[in-house]
Design a protein around this ligand. Structure first.
Ligand code: ZN
Ligand code: ZN
Ligand code: ZN
Length: 376
């Protein structure tokens, strides 16, 4: 399912109101997750300017190159904003600036530019609107995107279910005697077959490679009894992302030291999920997992933060990290993915996407977390 025109109208109105409250006259939004969030248009980032102009008080305008009009219209953006085109010989930045000024009745004194706008575009806007202070649009959009509405949570739940279906089929591919990259290609095909529009990453870390959290795939042949970290994710047709890790044993018997710390990790991941509710800090969600792992003597082997937010981007706010004072609120969605990495030998990670509910937490990934021995 994808967001309706109604949802986009609400988001645009909220963005305009927040911009006004923040003292930003106009938001200038170029292609990326912010643009998709506001009007549903997954625009190509091109050297030709595509820019959504959102005045704090007036109606928004989408400026697109004429040759992109078809794509912009197909996205449904035209149902919520006026779309205007520029020709190859027009100054598109001047056109966008003129629309910003017309909507305000004066030149904007403060503009919020997309956090991911290209530097050359930021500088063009600076020279065309020399009187306008530039701030980041994220000041306004981050708090909105941070708290997912029910339609977004449904979309993330659909993404989680799709990636869980891929994990459920792991025994079809993950076997001793196959290389990580062969297994990875099969997984990538399944990510698409189970409903994603794009594969974002496939990590298959067998044996010692499992001890490197961002290992992708290599030509290493998976051996009998190898622990294998499988961390996979994709983007659904509606733009929302999945991200789920399970650790498997490929046939045979797992090394005993691995089997021991896997149980610690399982308890840590559960403990971290259980503290999630409105009002707690993201620091304490991280601390809950870290404490279980440290108490069991593996603290030095948990070498990254516990999680990251997810939505239209695979990594976004809130970050679940020591020292973070972000206070959880209903609608926040993020990963809980502690890991234990025994350098040179093997590693393990367990990752679920969770959403903060009115009084607790819902895990969107629900596939079994017990250590699974896949016998091929
Ligand atoms: Zn990562
Ligand atoms: Zn992951
Ligand atoms: Zn993740």
């Amino acid at each position: 399912m994808s967001a309706t025109g109604g949802a986009h109208r609400d988001r645009l109105a909220a963005a305009a109101a927040s911009a006004a409250a923040a003292g930003i006259d106009t938001l200038l939004i170029t292609p990326g997750a912010d643009l998709r969030y506001l009007v549903g248009y997954d625009a190509l980032p091109l050297e030709r300017l595509t820019c959504l102009v959102v005045p704090a008080g007036g109606p928004a305008t989408l400026v697109v190159p004429r040759l992109e009009l078809g794509a912009a219209s197909a996205s449904g953006a035209g149902e919520v904003v006026t779309v205007i085109t520029h020709e190859e010989t027009d100054d598109a930045f001047a056109l966008a600036a003129r629309h910003a000024s017309e909507a305000l009745g004066r030149e904007p004194r403060t503009v919020g530019v997309s956090d991911r706008m290209w530097a050359e575009q930021v500088l063009r806007f600076r020279s065309i609107l020399p009187g306008a202070e530039q701030r980041t649009a994220g000041e306004v959009l981050r708090p909105l995107r941070l708290r997912k509405r029910p339609d977004e949570i449904d979309a993330l739940r659909g993404a989680a279910q799709a990636i869980d279906r891929v994990h459920a089929r792991m025994g079809e591919w993950l076997r001793p005697g196959r290389t990580e990259s062969t297994v990875g290609r099969d997984i990538a095909d399944a990510i698409i077959a189970e409903g994603h529009a794009a594969v974002n990453f496939v990590i298959v870390g067998s044996g010692p490679n499992g001890a490197s959290p961002h290992h992708h795939t290599a030509e290493r042949v998976i051996e009998v009894g190898d622990p294998v970290v499988v961390d996979i994710g994709g983007t659904m047709p509606d733009g929302y992302c999945s991200d789920c890790t399970r650790t498997y044993v490929a046939g045979g018997k797992a090394p005993s030291d691995f089997a021991e710390y896997y149980q610690v990790l399982l308890a840590a991941q559960k403990s971290s999920c259980e503290v999630v509710r409105p009002g707690v800090t993201s620091h304490s969600v991280d601390a809950a997992a870290r404490e279980v792992i440290a108490d069991a003597g593996y603290g030095e082997l948990f070498i990254h933060r516990t999680g990251h937010g997810i939505g239209l981007e695979e990594h976004e706010e809130p970050y679940i990290v020591a020292g973070s004072e972000v206070v959880l609120e209903p609608g926040m969605c993020f990963s809980i993915e502690p890991g234990i990495y025994a350098s040179g030998r093997h590693g393990a990670r367990i990752e679920d996407i969770v959403v903060v509910t009115e009084d607790g937490v819902e895990r969107l990934d629900t596939i079994d977390r017990e250590l699974a021995v896949l016998s091929g």
